[in-house]
Design a protein around this ligand. Structure first.
Ligand SMILES: [Zn+2]
Length: 336
């Protein structure tokens, strides 16, 4: 067969939004993925056990008949104490830390990385074995934000050696280099950052549907990401960071950040791994690594993809996907 079978694909970083958008796009992930780590940056952010449970219910409802496990996250606040975290632990997979104001709906994030301020919550998470997912960017110059954040990762990884820290959606060689330096640092990588650089976003005509945070970087950064993804480095997981916005918020003055890849992620990953003759490593990148890092057993799903042209729809509801209207060389053939 000129194809590949993926067992229990997982998206370890996903924005499902809420309300009408959730209803419109949820099944685009639910069809092909066994589960996803769902980001908590709603308005207001998901920051209590009640909000986690209610959001999970809304997601399950939006999924309809799709077999899909939403792995819930809680919006990190340095005010959470151990009793609160112990109570919510069984309902979540991780906490997600945003520096304040760094991306969509992150205004309530962390204002300072003063270790003593963060210590009680992070130590409690470490004790309770709750992973910390981090949007790792400073408020510096846009191309340097992630690299500048490495000293914060280093500080956190050193101060809390038993805390699992996931560097979310890494985009730089600097972040890739951190993986082998600290045993408790892991990473997710999106599909679009394996494909594009800043040139694709702004090198010619402005491409709003490729504009995201963290912004795509230089060719050498993409090469570094490709290397660890293609070899399925055991500390690296696929996380799409698929982040839908309605078309009018992307094709606008003040374009919202986010690339919508949920419906095409697996097809494009097949193409990338196929082009590099590494299809054998794709299973680890899209599921096995995440299962061992997070110690999860996803519900069964078998997705068969074949090398056959697929024309990407212009829109899914009000959302324009990456590669809208273009032909990509891989297609989802069947799902069991
Ligand atoms: Zn994200």
């Amino acid at each position: 067969m000129n194809g590949v079978i993926l067992n229990m694909p997982l998206d370890m970083h996903l924005h499902l939004r809420d309300g009408e958008m959730l209803l419109d796009i949820a099944q685009q992930s639910g069809k092909t993925f066994s589960g996803a780590v769902v980001m908590p940056n709603l308005v207001p952010p998901v920051s209590s056990k009640e909000e986690v449970l209610a959001y999970r219910d809304r997601i399950n409802e939006a999924m309809g008949s799709e077999e899909f496990e939403p792995y819930m996250t809680l919006f990190f606040k340095p005010t959470y104490d151990k009793a609160f975290l112990a109570d919510v632990k069984d309902q979540i997979i991780a906490l997600k830390l945003y520096p304040a104001g760094i991306t969509t709906n992150s205004e309530g994030g962390v204002n300072s990385f003063d270790l003593e301020e963060l210590r009680p919550t992070l130590q409690a998470m470490s004790d309770l074995d709750i992973p910390l997912c981090v949007h790792g960017e400073t408020d510096g110059f846009v191309m340097d934000r992630e690299a500048e954040f490495m000293s914060i990762y280093e500080m956190l990884a050193t101060a809390f050696p038993d805390l699992k820290i996931i560097m979310e959606h890494i985009t730089t060689k600097a972040a890739v280099d951190m993986l082998d330096r600290f045993k408790n640092l892991y990473a997710t990588i999106t599909v679009h950052h394996l494909v594009i650089t800043l040139d694709d976003v702004a090198g010619g005509m402005m491409q709003p549907h490729l504009f995201c945070k963290p912004i795509a970087k230089r060719p050498e950064d993409r090469e570094a990401l490709l290397k660890v993804a293609l070899e399925a480095h055991p500390k690296v997981m696929f996380g799409s960071d698929s982040a839908p916005h309605p078309q009018h918020k992307k094709e606008a003055c003040g374009c919202a950040a986010g690339v919508f890849t949920a419906p095409i992620a697996l097809q494009v990953l097949c193409d990338i791994f196929d082009q590099h003759d590494k299809l054998d490593n794709l299973q680890a990148f899209v599921s096995d690594n995440a299962q061992s890092i997070y110690k999860i057993c996803p519900t069964f799903k078998e997705v068969t993809l074949v090398k056959k042209d697929f024309i990407v729809p212009e829109k899914y509801a009000e959302v324009v996907p990456m590669y809208a209207g273009q032909t990509i060389p891989w297609t989802v053939e069947s799902i069991f």
